[in-house]
Design a protein around this ligand. Structure first.
Ligand code: DGY
Length: 320
């Protein structure tokens, strides 16, 4: 690779990230901020040494097999890498990295917001005041579900799950979790470990998902598992839409078994699920868990740190 490698950045990243990238690389950026298509990714692979994509650029096996050998590294600007066929990329000798740690707090904050908003009728309340429809008050009006002191079940106790647990603990919640392996007592901080998701669910007045989307976790939350939640539970998903069977979620909400849901992720993105639109008890955000100024800069810098290390012949910190 030349001392000044060519880098494709398909999306418009933070100003600080773009400035730093331009300092050290010959950067190619698109005129419009739109997801890079399969054909663009393939075409660009013959022109660049490195790519710095987001989760919106899909490196499926079919795409990876068409990549030009010039491309050496895909330094992702995301922690989730379900948009990348890792085996295929590694099979082609392409290094892949991600950006863990730096977005944990921002994502946990969105989970917290969705949990609180879903529990306290944020969608209906905001709309009522905004439209001038707030014309009476009664003690039985918009009564929600109290979060403080309630039990929260966390699926996936990686960095984001643990950041969320810290925040939930601050609200006086009782923490239960399911994870592939049990945390150390220092990390657990009194949380109750459940070896299976089935024993976790009945303890979860609120359930928050923080595990990656893999072939094993697709539709992890389905009819059977939703039925195991206590009646009136609230589901929060800031991880990936693939984790939730959305038809099952609607059935659970419509039957009253679930009180509400808070979703930042959907099976179809962008766009979401049109069937959710008339449900005031679904508090939705458009996949913006990590979207804060500080975190966007940190993600860009972490991706560039990985790229710099690779170019310097070192092992990138977040190589997958
Ligand atoms: C991630 O980093 O995985 C977030 O979902 C944003 O892409």
């Amino acid at each position: 690779m030349s001392p000044r490698p060519v880098l494709w950045i398909p999306r418009r990243l933070s100003d600080a990230t773009m400035a730093r990238a331009a300092r050290d690389y010959d950067v190619i950026t698109p005129e419009h901020d739109a997801p890079g298509t399969a054909d663009e990714i393939v075409a660009m692979s013959g022109r660049v040494d490195a790519m710095l994509p987001c989760h919106s650029e899909i490196f499926s096996d079919a795409v990876v097999q068409r990549l030009d050998p010039r491309l050496k590294i895909v330094a992702n600007h995301s922690v989730g890498v379900d948009h990348c066929d890792l085996d295929a990329l590694r099979g082609r000798g392409i290094v892949v990295t991600n950006t863990p740690d730096v977005l944990s707090d921002a994502t946990a904050e969105i989970a917290l917001m969705l949990m609180l908003g879903a529990a306290r009728h944020a969608v209906a309340g905001d709309r009522m005041v905004r439209r001038g429809e707030w014309d009476s008050w009664s003690p039985a009006f918009m009564v929600g579900k109290q979060v403080s002191g309630a039990r929260v079940g966390i699926v996936g106790m990686g960095r984001v799950g643990r950041a969320f647990a810290t925040m939930a603990r601050g609200l006086g919640m009782e923490i239960h979790y399911h994870n592939r392996s049990r945390l150390s007592p220092e990390q657990e901080q009194g949380a109750t470990f459940h070896e299976t998701i089935e024993t976790l669910l009945p303890q979860a007045d609120f359930l928050s998902l923080h595990c990656p989307a893999t072939p094993q976790t697709v539709d992890l939350i389905n009819d059977e598992r939703l039925a195991l939640l206590p009646r009136g539970a609230v589901l929060v998903n800031t991880a990936r839409g693939a984790l939730v069977d959305e038809d099952a979620l609607l059935r659970a909400l419509d039957s009253g078994h679930l009180m509400a849901a808070g979703l930042d992720c959907f099976k179809v993105e962008p766009g979401g699920n049109p069937a959710f639109a008339d449900h005031d008890n679904i508090f939705m955000m458009p996949h913006v868990g990590s979207a804060t100024v500080r975190t966007r800069d940190a993600m860009g810098f972490r991706a560039l740190d990985n790229l710099d290390a690779f170019v310097a012949g070192q092992e990138p910190r977040d190589r997958l």
